[in-house]
Structure formats: C-alpha cells, structure tokens
Write a protein that binds this ligand. Structure first.
Ligand SMILES: Cc1ncc(C[n+]2csc(CCOP(=O)(O)OP(=O)(O)O)c2C)c(N)n1
Ligand code: SF4
Length: 335
C-alpha cells in the first residue's frame, strides 16, 4: 500500500463514489422501438449489476436491436447464445471463470420465448446444477422479434399473429404459464418478479440476486408497444396498470417461500389496463357476449392473484403500487 491510498478515508471514498457517473452497461443509440420496455429493463439491470459481469444473451429483440453488425450497444462482455442454450452457455462461462480463479456472477438474458419455451430445458439444467448465474427474463409476452407470435407467456385472450380472435376463439385460449413457480421448484435460493414501471424495486432485486451465491432468477414485465399495440409514450403507464390491477403480481421468493410482495393500494379494474392495448381490442366490441365473458374471466384471474398472494395493501404505503417510484430521477412525476 502506498502513502496516497493510506490517506483515503471512508468518507473520501464515499464522496468519490458519489461523484462517479452512473454505470451504464447498455449504451444509447441502439435500435429498439420507441418506448420499448425491454430496452429500459436491460439498462436498469446492467446499471444495478455493475461492470463486473459477463452476459449470455439469447436470440430475440434485445440481441437484435443492440448488436446490428458491426455495431454493439453493450459496454460489458456480451455473447450471443442460441435460443435453446442460453442457460448452458451462461453455466459454461461461469465454470470457466471459476476454473481461472475469477469466480463472478454471470448474467443470462432471454425473452419469454427464450425462457418459458425454447430455452427452458437448458435453463432448468443450469438451475438444477446450481451455477452462479442470474437469469433475467425480459417478459414482453410474445415472440416479438419474429412478428408477434404467441408464447406460453402470452396472457389469456391476447391477440397475436398465431392467436387471432375470430369465431372459434377470443385470442389466446390458454393461461399465461406460471414460470416463477416452475423456476422456484428447482430449489433455487432466489426468484422474483419485477416491472419496468418500478425501477427502484427492480434495481434492488437485481442487487439482491447478484449477492446470493447460486442460481437466481428475475422475470421483468416489459411492455412492447409494437406487439401490445399501445402508444410508446404509455409504456410505463401500461406496466403500472398491469401491477395495479393484480394481473402481474410483483413478488419475491426465497427457497420457494414468499418473502415479499408489492402491495396494491387501490386495485384498478382490469379494463383500465386492457383498453389501452390493441391486442385486447376484440374484448371491447359492443354487445359481444363472448367479450363480456372474457372480461369477467380476466377480472377473476386478477382477483385470484390479489387473494392468493395477499397483495391488498392497507392504507398509504410509500412502497406500494401507487407510492413506489412516483418520481423520476429528474424530479418529474411518472404519468
Ligand atoms: C430454435 C429457434 N427457433 C426459432 C428462431 C427464430 N426466432 C428468432 S428470435 C425469435 C423470437 C424471440 O422471442 P422472445 O424470446 O420472446 O424474445 P423477444 O424477441 O420477444 O424479445 C424467434 C422465434 C430461432 N432463432 N431459433
Ligand atoms: S418489437 Fe417490442 S420488444 Fe422488440 S424492440 Fe420493438 S418494442 Fe422492443
């Protein structure tokens, strides 16, 4: 240790840290659509994870809009993996680092198609073998990069190119898969959901998932203006309503036990959320009995979530779905 480092006090270090620019793992100038929830989520995740990570990124929108050859928007070591092997690639990166005496968390990124469906087998293997990997699912509820095909994360009744509404059905017939429970059933130490509408909660969960040794998993609800059919300027509003209606519960599990949830102060009717999105427009056709039944069904799903996860808050709470993250960094209020 030289003389200079000996004179640095903890206070000086703290001040130096405060003066540091915020770390940005994803640079601006990528090619995501206006208001893309996935782009915002990836920026928040890398910001919270810090510079000492490597990323394996499945095929999908995030991979495509950040790396149009020969450019890259990443400021971190980043590797494109296939749809079906992201978990395995991340596990290999982690094992190689460990063998070199540089044990560090590796990040794995995938859309819902690359997590719930096509990448599930290698994700399951990685979790079961206990690799020190944080797997982040950017859940935009369909295969967006190839033209909005339905995935097992697509919510019930949503219109996609492979679940068009018509005389036979009102959009997607099946329910959204409960990936969090499936992942938690691998006995991993930490699994959580988060939303781009609540950046502080999201960052906190990323930091928590990074600290814990072993496989961790975070599912981030990420609106896609193109696939959901809403105005790009409304992405945060739409994401907040998904939480405030109870349709997307924000919860935290440790070893399968629920240890936290974001309370809902005043649950909003699901129609407030659905009506903003063209993928549900068939549910608002005047006089259509099937549409009325589907709306009641979706409301029942939200009510079930609120009851099952005990999401109903009691009075004002700065950290509930109305209070949390109501102020942006610049001091402006979210809509
Ligand atoms: C095995 C395999 N099947 C299909 C494709 C084609 N494909 C590339 S990206 C993509 C959609 C990705 O969807 P998702 O994982 O949900 O991510 P998003 O684009 O929505 O972010 C598909 C189907 C592929 N690359 N590999
Ligand atoms: S299609 Fe959706 S997920 Fe893909 S870049 Fe556009 S807004 Fe983002």
């Amino acid at each position: 240790m030289n003389e200079d480092t000996q004179t640095v006090t903890p206070e000086t270090l703290m001040q130096l840290r405060k003066n540091q620019p915020r770390f940005e793992g994803l640079e601006s100038g990528h090619r995501a659509c206006l208001g893309c929830g996935e782009a915002l989520a990836a920026r928040l995740v890398t910001e919270a994870a810090g510079p000492d990570v490597m990323i394996a990124n499945a095929t999908g929108c995030l991979e495509i809009f950040t790396t149009p050859w020969p450019e890259s928007a990443w400021r971190l070591p980043w590797m494109h993996s296939l749809f079906e092997n992201t978990g395995a690639i991340a596990a290999g990166m982690e094992a190689a680092l460990k063998a070199q005496g540089k044990p560090t968390k590796v990040l794995a990124f995938a859309g819902d198609g690359g997590t719930f469906d096509i990448g599930f087998q290698s994700l399951s293997g990685m979790l079961e073998r206990g690799h020190n990997v944080l797997f982040v699912c950017f859940d935009n509820e369909a295969y967006m990069n190839t033209g909005i095909q339905s995935s097992s994360s697509t919510p019930h009744a949503a219109m996609t190119t492979t679940s068009p509404p018509g005389s036979a059905r009102m959009g997607k017939q099946n329910l959204k898969k409960d990936i969090l429970s499936i992942v938690a059933a691998h006995h991993i130490p930490y699994a959580a959901t988060a939303s781009v509408a609540y950046p502080s909660d999201l960052r906190k969960k990323i930091r928590r998932a990074m600290e814990i040794e072993g496989p961790t998993f975070i599912q981030i609800h990420s609106p896609c203006p193109l696939g959901w059919g809403h105005d790009g300027a409304d992405s945060i509003k739409v994401a907040r309503l998904a939480v405030q209606t109870g349709l997307f519960p924000v919860i935290e599990l440790e070893s399968r036990e629920m240890i936290g949830s974001m309370p809902i102060r005043n649950p909003k009717p699901v129609t407030d959320y659905l009506v903003l999105q063209q993928r549900f427009r068939h549910l608002f056709q005047q006089g259509d009995v099937r549409a009325i039944e589907e709306l009641a069904h979706i409301q029942a799903l939200a009510d079930h979530n609120i009851k099952h996860f005990k999401l109903r808050g009691e009075g004002m709470d700065a950290q509930d779905s109305d209070g949390a993250d109501t102020v942006c960094r610049g001091g402006m209020r979210w809509a």
